[in-house]
Design a protein around this ligand. Structure first.
Ligand code: SF4
Length: 80
C-alpha cells in the first residue's frame, strides 16, 4: 500500500473532528479518543501509535488537516 495513516493516539483530545470528516476511516472509542478503524496498534514510549496502510489517502487528508493537535499524519510510504 503506498500510503500510511498514522495516529499519535496519546495526543488525541477526542474532539471528534476526524470522525466528522472521515467516518469511513475514523470512529470514537468509549475511552474518549478516536481510533482508525482496523489499524495496527503499536506501543511506543509515548503511548499507543495506530497505523493503517491504504491505497489512497482519501478523506484521511481532511482528517489530518482538521485535527487541532496535529496527531494525524498521512505519509507516502517508501515503496512506490
Ligand atoms: S481530530 Fe485529532 S484530536 Fe480530534 S478526535 Fe480526531 S485525532 Fe483526536
Amino acid at each position: 500500500m503506498p500510503f500510511k495513516v498514522i495516529h499519535e493516539r496519546w495526543k488525541c483530545i477526542g474532539c471528534n473532528a476526524c470522525v466528522a470528516v472521515s467516518p469511513e476511516y475514523w470512529e470514537m472509542n468509549e475511552d474518549g479518543k478516536s481510533d482508525i478503524k482496523g489499524a495496527v496498534h503499536k506501543n511506543v514510549p509515548e503511548g499507543v501509535l495506530e497505523e493503517l496502510e491504504v491505497a489512497e489517502p482519501g478523506t484521511n487528508k481532511e482528517a489530518e488537516e482538521s485535527c487541532p493537535v496535529s496527531c494525524i499524519h498521512v505519509k507516502k510510504t517508501e515503496k512506490n
